[in-house]
Design a protein around this ligand. Sequence first.
Ligand code: GLN
Length: 513
Amino acid sequence: MRDQLTLAACQTLLAQRQISAQELVRLFLSRIAHLEPHLHAFLDWDPDEALAQARAADRALAFGITHQQRPLLGIPIGIKDNIAVRGHPLRCASRILGDFVAPYDATVIERLRAAGAVLLGRLNMDEFAMGSSTENSAFGPTRNPWDLERTAGGSSGGSAAAVAAGECPAALGSDTGGSIRQPAAFCGCVGLKPTYGRVSRYGLVAFASSLDQIGPLTATVQDAALLLQVIAGHDPRDATSLPDPVPDYVAGLCPDLRGICLGLPREYFADGIHPEIAQALQRATEHLQSLGAEIREVSLPHTPWALATYYIIATAEASANLARFDGIRYGFRVDGDDPVQLYKRTRGQGFGPEVKRRIILGTFVLSSGYYDAYYLRAQKVRTLIRRDFLEAFRQVDALITPVTPSAAFRLGEKLADPLQMYLTDVFTLSCNLAGICGLSLPCGFTREPRLPIGLQLLGPPLGEAVLLRIAYAYEQTADWQRFYSPPPIVGQFLQKAGGASSGSEPTAPSIGP
Ligand code: GLN
């Protein structure tokens, strides 16, 4: 990603008038046009509207507005398809929403607009954010830019693939059990799931309301800090939004880790992790130690129950949240002779198989006679899981864990076996159950095939600044970064664009090594 136009690089280029906002948007649109037939990261994008927003940004820049005042002025951002953007389709990659158009902006979108961002388009995802590979999209899967036969992860696979391929400098995703961090790991970008309540959920289509959070997917840690800065903060329209002030995340970044204590949770390093991932994590841990961090082993004893707990709570909440898609009020409808037939036909044809599976499971665990045995017990275990973390954070500032047991898997590989698919989230979902924050960061590549490996940092409630600081220190100093080359498909495209005399991509000014 080192050749990439990061958010920070875009700010500099625009501020120094080396490029106009319109040129910048054209550059990304051209990449989208070339790469989308291979990747399918976007569900739709609107060049005219993006260029109109860029024109407005150019006027503001000419008027003397700075990036101190509007941090994202003229910078394109991609949006996951479950976040409402007024006047645009909002589908959650599902058929059931039909041609529904969002009547209002989500709070995060209002904040992006206020910061001057150009909204580039809507990104592919698993239907209603249920999945780990973006294969549950009703509009076809997204492919991983590092290997087109592999998944980009999910459910924010479109967001991760678009950022990794440089189709946009940054994107918003959502994370209920790992959906920002896992695709970030599979695609080699930075993904941050904020503390529950740090970012408003107003205008995010609910999957599991007590677990969902919106967060950034970016090429660098600094960009994650920048984007979080814009979207975080209290929102009276979200009753679960936290009132705490937002610290200056960018100012807190420094490459020195003296005084930081990091924990390795024993339960996260059991069998089942691919040896290359285990090795990469060990190297990263040693590197963090060399930067001054103290490393300690800790225990999160209730970890073995996290997966079952998550799939009870998430499905229970989903079954309630998705009851509103009934074909009556909006979206897709299949008529019937009576209302019940209408519901059955609409929901039968509108939802995909994974969403139906979750609704049935969620309805079951909430049904009378089973409620105490499943849902109530899961809530109790959730409390124990949160306590484990709070206890660990009395001893250490943050935890280091893998993001996934293996690197990106092949498209189709886990589709027939939902349990196998669920198991890919085993390291990410406790963070949502506990309501704490988590960050996924590239820490190297597997050898053959060459696929990105992710490292997860977990922090205490409102510990985003600490996570960003640790991640930044690692990113700025890790050795392997010097040998970084972009995903093959991006390399091919850049070569073609550079070689073609017609100049199919407007050339970006050099932004250094
Ligand atoms: N993969 C997990 C699931 O399918 C998490 C999804 C998410 O975080 N949105 O539930």
